[in-house]
Design a protein around this ligand. Structure first.
Ligand code: GRF
Length: 190
């Protein structure tokens, strides 16, 4: 059984989609949720599902011993799903090639500082883009710049609003993130 660690600090709808996907799939299990925000929706999901939570702090993340803590869950993949802190080099190096992130736009467009969540969708609609979408990519020391694994597009409707776009992007994320994780886990040599 493969082990997935999810890093999430928001509502946790992607975490939920991943947990649900692997509930009836013996390939993998979500063994830990790492969260840096008290009161985040993802914490309720973890509690309901009986999944262990690691409450991340800046101090903890900067200690190299955090790598051992994460390793104790024997993760095959570290999955970022709405975790807004940049991972320090010691974590990126310790899990080289095994960390992925999802971005709610078609990278390299709409990336970088401040480009997350509602801000992305507001900007896409303001610029009257024809398409937006999602990008699932490897994480390296430069945020949003790791190798792209897959992208899926959404064609903006003529009356698209930031809210309707956010909902469309979430639908794409919830479909493709769990399936991409499954695909990656199947590719990893045992
Ligand atoms: C997602 O839209 C994802 O693209 C971004 O953070 C958001 C997390 O949403 N990285 P949720 O907490 O999974 O609902």
């Amino acid at each position: 059984m493969r082990s997935i660690i999810i890093f999430a600090s928001g509502a946790g709808s992607n975490a939920k989609a991943i947990i649900d996907h692997f509930r009836h799939n013996s390939l993998a299990v979500v063994s830990l949720i790492v969260c840096n925000k008290a009161g985040a929706g993802v914490l309720d999901i973890a509690a309901k599902e009986g999944i262990s939570v690691l409450h991340m702090t800046r101090d903890l993340m900067l200690q190299t011993s955090i790598c051992e803590t994460l390793r104790s869950y024997r993760p095959d993949l570290l999955v970022l799903a709405g975790f807004l802190w940049k991972l320090p080099t010691h974590i990126v190096d310790a899990f080289d090639g095994k960390i992925i992130n999802i971005h709610p736009a078609l990278l390299p467009a709409y990336s970088g500082k401040g480009m997350y969540g509602a801000a992305v969708h507001a900007e896409v609609v303001r610029n009257r883009e024809g398409f937006s979408g999602i990008t699932i990519h490897h994480v390296n020391e430069h945020y949003d710049e790791g190798d792209i694994i897959m992208q899926a597009r959404h064609k903006l409707t003529s009356d698209e609003t930031p809210e309707s776009l956010a909902a469309a992007i979430h639908r794409l994320e919830h479909f493709y993130y769990p399936r991409t994780i499954e695909y990656l886990l199947m590719q990893q040599a045992l």
